[in-house]
Ligand binder design. Sequence first.
Ligand code: GDP
Length: 444
Amino acid sequence: MFDNLTEKFDSVFKKLRGQGRLTEDNIQEALREVRLVLLEADVNFKVVKDFVAAVRERAVGQDVLKSLTPAQQVIKIVREELGRLMGEGTDNSLDLAARPPVPIMLCGLQGAGKTTTCGKLALSLRKQKRNPLLVPADIYRPAAIDQLKTVGRQLGIEVYDTQPGQDPVAICEAARRYAELNGFDTLILDTAGRLHIDEALMGELGRIKASLAPREILLVADAMTGQDAVNVAESFDAQLQLTGVVLTKLDGDARGGAALSIRAVTGKPIKLVGLGEKMDALEVFHPDRMAQRILGMGDVLSLIEKAEAAIDKDQAAKLEQRLRKEGFTLETFRDQLQSIKKMGSLESILKLIPGAGKAMKQMKGMQLPDKEMKKIEAIINSMTPQERRDHKMLNGSRRLRVAKGSGTTVQDVNQLLKRFTEAQKMMKKMQQLGPKGLKGLMGR
Ligand code: GDP
């Protein structure tokens, strides 16, 4: 996501940091470059102009120049203004505080990812202990109804039994009654999509809105389409008064223009973002965190949330008990690796760590961390339980057997054991330090 943008910002800032002393001219030059970077990223022209003006106004003051770290100050201002551009400081959460069943209406052009997003949203709401009912209201494409039914089946979430040929408003009203009778607290309305905006579609969506009075009217827009997504958002908003936008396919959008422009152009917040085709690839949009990610500063808060969501509390407690009882052995190490893996690919995790994205680029030629991890697991799996608990018994012939069993080489096995012994020593030291010492080590 936004890799190009991150790289280009990085080179602008590197130049800025490289100057011994900053002058107004240096800053003006950097801002000219920032302007180009944003235009190349397909950010709306007027948005770029206002953005650069806002940064300039704050950056060209004497305070910045006189500060001990002027380049840092400029970067900080860019970060803050990027966050503001994307809506930092406003509440982006879905408003579901109403008498159930609360209707949420999703609209958008065909192919934007509406049906997929309906499924993702239903899953996310269920994780928040709500009980959603999916409602297919696109009667023009029978395949759309089937698609939502398939998604619902896959997630174990009920889909209202729409029949092709019914009137969309009548479907939504009947679904609401069905929800009331059957204890569903949220209605997710998957409305019709077209290839282009047309009056008939807008009229239909307007009638659904008038009849159901949805708490949220979300436009699902494809980030890959850049400024087109922004134009679509403007048109839908003019007709329906959107409450927010779901920006999909951000995982594939290398440029970032839509994410950076939509809020400023339409005044409507991006509430959620789609980051993949899988059903759990939906995230709440945090403008400040996104600004940090764009500037290559990582996103530690999202990392912590991911970890919390992935870690099964019972399992973690069990692992901790075992660590205490058995110590840090190859076996407990392997189990730790497995719980890390649940958080997603190592590469995607590393990108959330400040500076790690850049470091990864510099490691070109090195094996991908995920591959490396699989290798480590294969080696450990080829050992006997005794060997895993006491790696010191792994002599030459045992190492050869493990290498053969795991499809690796004796060097690989040696390297793993060496690294493991180092980690074990480090763990011992940390344990001796206790929790207080650990905090000290981490600089807190
Ligand atoms: P609809 O016509 O708006 O209902 O669009 P669909 O939900 O059928 O999605 C169109 C295509 O986009 C499908 O192939 C989806 O898997 C894909 N898609 C949807 N959301 C995302 C996303 O966030 N990332 C990626 N990479 N693909 C997505």
